[in-house]
Design a protein around this ligand. Structure first.
Ligand code: SF4
Length: 465
């Protein structure tokens, strides 16, 4: 169901328990006309912010119903939507934010338009052969903090390190490297929902040292910080499973290597299952591939998250070559047409003609743009570079990895930790009032922190700085 059609009793903001009907009433009864007014009136979207796209859709729909023209402007600096700006820059060939805002906008930009411009320049840069690294000199300063330092900032100001593990595969030798790095830097390890290992608790200044060791062990950026391909999840498929009808793992590895680093309006997730039992949950992904005895069924437009959506069947029984061709076209069309931070599910829902029209464009090439979309993806594949490897070779980029600009050699002295279930986690306010816990004490006793651990000596049940 499209967001605009949500029933009045559907919860839109789970943080503050605000219903779709309350959002509609804020427009029709209280006269709200902007997102800020709706937030203030209902308190929706004021905590985690994940419902803001849905709020915007509901607001715009109600404004349209009231006969008010809805602006598609990206922000006060650009009167165009993201898709319109993408086409303008594609045709105009501008290469920097300054050139773009001078040609098509006004002012100096903001936190809304700068990352969008960085993203579309990255996409256009790689698709046209003009390489724009999303984290390089030109675009790095436009990015959000996470893209800027190629790591996700955590609630205590430390960062996560998430290397790519295509299709969830990792060798024993690589696992040993991850374990040793975690021990040496006191990092917390957790398998995440993307079939890979997340390492948490690294200081900004430690990121290059950690990544040097990971790159030397054959790892590369997992782009967990970017609006780009995150991962391709797969089951073990016909290689190991009695029910498998295709080699889903090899297909997933091939797809992950093809689309890694591809910048897009929002994050992208892909899944490949080796049979209809669907252990990889491919239909919950932006692109879902499910094996059949004749080839692969391709699904598009699925996601989990706040507004879950099942992917819809685009075409059945594709061979390997045509599967890749269809995914190339789908992803490139999405990158060209979608609004800022719009997932594929909402884009497919909102697109005129829905899945049937999309099938005509992608499969039947009704617009005659199939070859162009494929060529753009081929350029992306040809110009891909690992962002962390490139950064480690560039002293200018490395210079930003300091905790304090005015005191580059000083680490943050205020980080506090507590042991929990055999690992370390950030301390929070309640920890100061926690009585000594025998379970925690046993976990602490079993901790084996390396001599170079930045965590220092541990004290039973207390914070460690
Ligand atoms: S999806 Fe099918 S092939 Fe893959 S693990 Fe499950 S049962 Fe086996």
């Amino acid at each position: 169901m499209a967001n605009a059609e949500l029933p009045d009793d559907a919860v839109v903001c789970s943080c503050n328990n605000v219903f779709a009907g309350t959002i509609r009433a804020s427009v029709t009864e209280h006269g709200c006309t902007t997102l800020g007014e709706v937030k203030e009136c209902t308190s929706a979207g004021t905590v985690c912010g994940s419902c803001v796209p849905t709020l915007t859709t509901l607001l715009n729909k109600e404004l349209e119903r009231s006969g008010i023209t809805v602006s598609t402007a990206m922000c006060e600096h650009f009167a165009h939507s993201r898709a319109e700006l993408y086409q303008l820059v594609k045709e105009g060939g501008q290469q920097t934010f300054t050139e773009i805002v001078t040609a098509f906008g006004r002012g100096r930009g903001c936190a809304v338009c700068k990352p969008v411009v960085a993203s579309l320049l990255s996409s256009l840069g790689t698709t046209s052969g003009r390489l724009h690294s999303p984290v390089g000199e030109q675009l790095g300063s436009l990015q959000d903090t996470n893209d800027h330092v190629m790591a996700n900032i955590q609630k205590n100001g430390t960062y996560s390190v998430i290397p790519r593990m295509p299709a969830g595969e990792v060798t024993p030798e690589q696992l040993l490297v991850l374990a040793q790095v975690a021990i040496d830097y006191g990092l917390y390890l957790k398998l995440n929902g993307a079939q890979r290992i997340g390492m948490f608790g690294a200081r900004l200044d430690q990121l290059p040292e950690i990544w040097r060791r990971l790159v030397d062990a054959g790892f590369e950026s997992g782009h967990a910080y970017g609006k780009s391909l995150r991962m391709v999840k797969s089951c073990v498929g016909s290689t190991w499973c009695r029910y498998g009808v295709q080699d889903s793992t090899s297909m997933a590895v091939a797809l992950e290597r093809r689309y890694r680093g591809l910048r897009s309006p929002h994050k992208l997730k892909v899944g490949v299952s080796g049979c209809a039992r669907e252990c990889a949950e491919a239909r919950a992904k932006d692109v879902g591939v499910i094996a059949t005895t004749k080839g692969w069924n391709l699904y598009v437009g699925g996601n989990g998250g706040a507004q879950p959506a099942h992917a819809q069947l685009l075409i059945e029984d594709l061979d390997d070559e045509n599967l890749v061709k269809c995914i190339d076209r789908f992803l490139m069309l999405y990158i060209q047409e979608a609004d800022k931070v719009q997932r594929t599910a909402r884009w497919v829902e909102d697109r005129a003609g829905g899945i049937e029209e999309l099938r005509r464009v992608i499969v039947e090439d009704s617009l005659g743009i199939g070859e162009e979309l494929e060529a753009q993806m081929a350029n992306h594949v040809a110009t891909y570079e690992d962002e962390w490897t490139a950064t480690l070779d560039d002293p200018q980029r490395l210079a930003k990895f300091v905790s304090f600009i005015n005191a580059p050699g000083v680490a943050d002295p205020d980080l506090a930790w507590v042991p929990e279930r055999g690992q370390m986690r950030p301390a929070h306010e309640m920890d100061q009032h926690t009585a000594p816990d025998p379970v925690r004490a046993r976990a602490l006793a079993s901790l084996s922190l390396g001599a170079t651990s930045p965590l220092g000596d541990s004290v039973d049940g207390e914070e460690i700085r």
